[in-house]
Design a protein around this ligand. Sequence first.
Ligand SMILES: [Zn+2]
Length: 213
Amino acid sequence: MPDNSQTTAASFAGGTVACVECDLLVTVPSLGMRQRSLCPRCGEVLSHGNVQRARLALPYSICAALLLPLSLLFPFLSFARSGVSNEINLIQSAWALYLDGSVVLSGIVFTFIIILPACVVAAVLWVALSLNLNRYLQGVHTAARFIYTVTAWSMVEVFIIAVLVSLIKIAHMASVEIGPSLWSYVAFALFTVAALAKLDKYVVWNRIEALQR
Ligand SMILES: [Zn+2]
């Protein structure tokens, strides 16, 4: 389950963090870019890096924001069998489910594969921009809360694994060609994961709190 955002904000007040695994209260020292602070009781990572590291989320999130629209524009996959070929893009894949009568599944696919990842990248961009400008931007609190609430539910990586497994299964039934959109989407997923990895919760909330003062 994702962390409750209020617990997250409260846990990081005053440089002390509550370990999410064992609830031990630990004072986190100031860290270098590559340093991590571990819980002395259970070894859970409490914080990773510093503000300089968190600021690196900006270039990664800009790349992700450019790649997602690209992955919607071109063919995602093309299939050919017995001289008949068919191409689909990402939106058509969700739309095909809708036409097939699977309205709910189509909505879930569309939300988790396109809408939610787009919102996450926008929120990451906003938080990273605030950290880089060293200014409290309107709505940055909400953006950070959104990131740490929905990240646990992001299905991008699961979707890519599902596509790869399906490709292996389909490959012996039809000739399958990977379209440019699939590569764009994989790159989008990698940049999003890289951007999120830079935004350590403890660092981000502490910095937002400091910028708000
Ligand atoms: Zn612990």
